[in-house]
Each structure stands twice: as structure tokens, then as C-alpha cells.
Design a protein around this ligand. Structure first.
Ligand code: SF4
Length: 388
């Protein structure tokens, strides 16, 4: 049954918990309901955080569903687009017991890597979102905060000590890495954990500009921060409800000034009619303003269910999907632009980057060996954003 605020019983231990963090509403996110699912409040620390998150959204309806798993919440909407939009307005607090995982993919040059999930999915509205069509999100498209961060860090510690040498843990595969950080303050705990760890390092991918939690921390360069960026034209047309690219660049500059290694991921590159000029102007601006340690380029690269959602949102023949080839059924089953078109685009962008920063590391995301070969970039295979 819904109520305007969690029951006293639910939060009566909260005052005893430490790790106090003053939650603030996340930018670009105003959920109309918050659902507290299984495991979300079963320790004093989780209760305290749940209460703080609920207080940040006093107008949201709070529902307690303590026997429901985070991915089994029924939003009562059956049509695909309606379910997607309702999910974006719903915040689920839960527990994710297998949130530290090793990826398991083949069919492209990307190496597999460790990743972790203190969040699930994302409040932003990118039309091209590949994640929206993934199996986990398609059936459970809510925005999620997982409350068992301590257990995740324990698991990361175990994995990293077993490896015994520096290794990355990626935050941004199944979520935006910082979009909800104002709400949770997780960055402050994570960055301190990784700073103190002899082997574990964190790589984060985000579009968020809320970096104030990060700037005063002694991170020891053990957290690498990367931003997905695209030219402002692409942002305006295809990235509704996201922080503007100009503000992302400002956030990147702030974090670089605070000593963090900062990277950019220019993806998905969308072949607008005037893409050469648009991307060239954008890259020049980005590279002149942000001291990047690596840049990764990638085209639209999308599974069929996510592509169906793109077409539902934008109509068929839109600028994202009109040039896409059929999914690569002998490879990783993603749809891409034709190889010749990709090589043409990469070549132009790489020449632009090289003309400004000849030594900057350049990676290609989710690409095939033949594309690296055509560009003379075979040694760069595996020089990915997900890795150190
Ligand atoms: S930021 Fe990433 S996960 Fe979030 S909507 Fe955009 S593409 Fe999807």
C-alpha cells in the first residue's frame, strides 16, 4: 500500500547508523514513486540511506514491497514505450547480490573485464540508449539504487587481492556511473576505497555533471573518470533530459583540475548530414579545453530490441537507424553502420584528433579487427575505456 513517507518501523534504527550523507535530488530525475524492495532496508545503514533518499523527494509516493525482488516490480503498464517511460519515473531501492561480475562477450575486439553495479539503468533520456533494450532493463526498466555497496566493495577487494596486481572495475556498463551520486553519495565511499586499495582501480562512465562530491577527495588517481560526449547538435537532437555537453565539459575540467585521469568516449557517433564539420568543430573544442588521458570513438552499435525502441521513439528512417545494417548474426548480434562508412568516419575523426594531440591514446569501442586494420590501428586493439 502506498503512503507519503516510509513507516517509522522502517527507519527506527536509522539514527544509530553512521556514514551520514545528506542526500540531494539527482539532476534530471524527479521520480513520482519510490519503491523499497527486498533487502533495501535490512541494516541500519541501508535504512538510513533509504530514508535520506525518500526525504530528497518529498512529493514522491513511497511504496514498501519488502518481498519483491528489485527486478520484479510490476509497474502496471503493458505497452513497450509506456513501460519504458514509466520506468524512468520510478526509483527502486533494492539489493543486488551478484553485482560484481566479469563480462562475457565475444564477436568483437573488446576484451572482457570486471564491472560492478551500485545502480541499475539510468534516469537520462538518450534516444539511442543501447541499455534500454538489454534483457535486464527491457523487462525491468526502473531506475535502481542498490543498497549493498559495502558487500560489493568486499567482493571487489577479494577479486583484486586474488589477482595481486592493479586491475580495473568498471562502473557504467549497466547504468550511468554518477547520475544518482547526489542522492547516494556513493562516490565518496567508492573513491576512498579504491584510493586505499593496493590493486583495485575504478573506471567510471557518465554523462553527469554533479561532481561536487568528488573534488576534495584524496583519490590517488585510482579512479579514472570518463564522460560520454557528442557534439551539441547530437545532444540537442538525441539526448533529451541529459546535462548539456557544455556542462559535461565543465565537469571534466573540474575533475582534471582535481587531478583525476579524465577520458572521453565519443559514442554513438551519428552520421548527421554534415557530420564532418560538426564532429571536427566539437573535437577541437573538447581537446583544447580538457586535458584528456584517452579518447574512445564508437559508432552506433545496438541490439535489435534497443533499435526497436529507437524507432518507436523517433519513427522509422530516423538519423540513428536509417543507415544501420542488419545485425551481425555471425558476430556479436549488434547492428552497425557499414564497415566502409565506419572507417571513413573514424579516419576523419582520428585525423582531427592527431592534428591537435598527436600522442593522445585513441581507442575504438566494440569494433572489429578489420576496422582496426583498415585504419592502421591494430596495436590499439584492447586500448579501451573499460580498461586501465
Ligand atoms: S546515459 Fe547511457 S544508460 Fe543513460 S539513457 Fe543515455 S545511453 Fe542510456
Amino acid at each position: 500500500m502506498g503512503s507519503n513517507f516510509p513507516s517509522e518501523r522502517l527507519f527506527n534504527d536509522a539514527a544509530r547508523a553512521d556514514n551520514k550523507y545528506m542526500s540531494r535530488p539527482a539532476r534530471c530525475f524527479a521520480p513520482h514513486q519510490i519503491i523499497l524492495t527486498k533487502g533495501s532496508t535490512n541494516t541500519p545503514q541501508r535504512q538510513q540511506l533509504a530514508e535520506a533518499i525518500c526525504r530528497a523527494y518529498p512529493k514522491a509516493e513511497i511504496q514498501e514491497q519488502p518481498n519483491i525482488h528489485h527486478n520484479k516490480v510490476d509497474l502496471g503498464v503493458s505497452n513497450r514505450l509506456g513501460l519504458h517511460y514509466e520506468g524512468k519515473r520510478t526509483l527502486v531501492l533494492g539489493e543486488h547480490l551478484s553485482s560484481v561480475r566479469h563480462s562475457d562477450e565475444d564477436g568483437n575486439t573488446c576484451p572482457n573485464y570486471w564491472h560492478f553495479s551500485p545502480y541499475g539503468f539510468c534516469p537520462y533520456g538518450c534516444d539511442y540508449c543501447y541499455l534500454a533494450g538489454s534483457r535486464g532493463v527491457r523487462f525491468s526498466p526502473t531506475v535502481k539504487v542498490f543498497m549493498n555497496l559495502d558487500e560489493m566493495l568486499d567482493r571487489i577487494n577479494t577479486v583484486a587481492r586474488k589477482r595481486g596486481r592493479p586491475m580495473p572495475f568498471y562502473l557504467g556498463k549497466l547504468q550511468d556511473g554518477l547520475a544518482l551520486d547526489r542522492l547516494t553519495g556513493y562516490s565518496r565511499r567508492m573513491i576512498r576505497f579504491f584510493a586505499d586499495h593496493p590493486y583495485a582501480r575504478m573506471t567510471v562512465l557518465t554523462k553527469s555533471v554533479d561532481v561536487e562530491n568528488l573534488l576534495d577527495l584524496d583519490h590517488r588517481k585510482h579512479a579514472i573518470l570518463s564522460w560520454t560526449t557528442n557534439p551539441p547538435d547530437v545532444d540537442r537532437q538525441f539526448e533529451p533530459n541529459t546535462p548539456s555537453v557544455g556542462k559535461r565539459i565543465q565537469a571534466m575540467r573540474q575533475c582534471a583540475a582535481a587531478g583525476y585521469p579524465v577520458r572521453a568516449v565519443v559514442m554513438p557517433i551519428i552520421p548527421l548530414d554534415n557530420w564532418r564539420d560538426v564532429y571536427e568543430v566539437f573535437l577541437r573544442d573538447l581537446l583544447m579545453r580538457v586535458p584528456l588521458s584517452r579518447i574512445t570513438l564508437g559508432g552506433t552499435c545496438i541490439y535489435k530490441p534497443a533499435l526497436q525502441l529507437v524507432d518507436l521513439k523517433l519513427g522509422r528512417g530516423n538519423a540513428i537507424s536509417r543507415d544501420l545494417q542488419s545485425p551481425d548474426i555471425d558476430g556479436d548480434r549488434r547492428a552497425r553502420y557499414a564497415e566502409g562508412q565506419r572507417v571513413d568516419i573514424y579516419r576523419h575523426l582520428i585525423q582531427t584528433i592527431r592534428s591537435i594531440q598527436p600522442e593522445l591514446q585513441i581507442g575504438l569501442c566494440l569494433e572489429h579487427t578489420s576496422v582496426f586494420e583498415a585504419l592502421g590501428m591494430t596495436p590499439a586493439i584492447g586500448q579501451c575505456n573499460c580498461l586501465l
